[in-house]
Design a protein around this ligand. Structure first.
Ligand code: PEP
Length: 243
């Protein structure tokens, strides 16, 4: 089965010039790129094969826009052809984004026909209490984050990203990431009749991706740091395409 590869550039690279170089190098079929907002339109213009997405959207989407300084709405993203949006990333949750806000964003993305990529994952403290505790935490996050999802939504992408694995070089094991992927799929299928693709994210690189890719319940990857490193991401794409 083909694995999905989503690149979360976070707040990188520093200049539009560098962003365009990175985008051209990453431009391949089945690759999803999520650059910073400011580069979206320019990168969209140079991409030939990859799908472009945003790293966030605002939780209000009034028909005629609104007084929300600094915010970017789903309608704006849709108007420039944005196909997906990363929501609930732990780095945004750490900035104060709550499950209530995330659930509004998920609903707006779905209503706007932008595919949400919902990020969930436990802290190190929770994981230290054992995988069952982590599974309970993730189940609760999903319940809260999809609480406003339209009933018509039957498919979804979830990224399981344990917080302690993000940007630390300390990745989860393929076995427990796979166990969590099964758990997430079962919750969404049993309780919401949603068929989910589950990605793993957390210090994925060209050295460890092949082991994760052997797990049939892991449908792909959300790659942060390594996706903004041109040489490293090119190698990752090559590995994924050879599977
Ligand atoms: C991420 O930002 O979603 C992520 C998984 O980061 P990294 O790959 O750097 O751990």
């Amino acid at each position: 089965m083909k694995k999905l590869l989503i690149a979360n550039w976070k707040m990188k690279p520093k200049t539009l010039k560098e962003a365009i170089v990175l985008a051209k190098l990453s431009d391949d079929k089945d690759i999803y790129l999520a650059p910073p907002y400011i580069f979206l339109q320019s990168i969209k213009n140079v991409l030939k094969k990859a799908t472009i997405g945003a790293q966030d959207l605002f939780q209000e989407n009034p028909p005629k826009g609104g007084a929300f300084t600094g915010a970017v709405s789903a309608a704006m993203l849709k108007s420039i052809g944005i196909g997906f949006v990363i929501l609930g990333h732990s780095e945004r949750r750490a900035l104060g984004e709550t499950d209530v806000i995330i659930s509004k964003k998920i609903a707006i993305a779905c209503e706007s026909k932008i595919t949400p990529v919902l990020c969930v994952g436990e802290s190190e403290g929770i994981r230290k209490k054992g995988i069952e505790e982590a599974m309970r935490f993730v189940a609760e996050q999903i319940k809260n984050d999809v609480s406003s999802i339209p009933k018509t939504v039957k498919k979804m992408i979830v990224a399981y990203e344990p917080i302690w694995a993000i940007g630390t070089g300390n990745n989860d094991t393929p076995e427990s990431a796979s166990q969590m992927a099964r758990h997430i799929k079962k919750i969404l299928s049993d309780q919401y009749s949603i068929k989910a693709k589950v990605l793993y994210g957390g210090s994925v690189n060209s050295k460890n991706i092949s082991e994760f890719a052997k797990e049939s319940d892991i449908d792909g990857f959300l790659v942060g740091g390594a996706s903004a490193d041109p040489k490293e991401f090119k190698t990752i794409i090559k590995i994924i395409k050879s599977i």
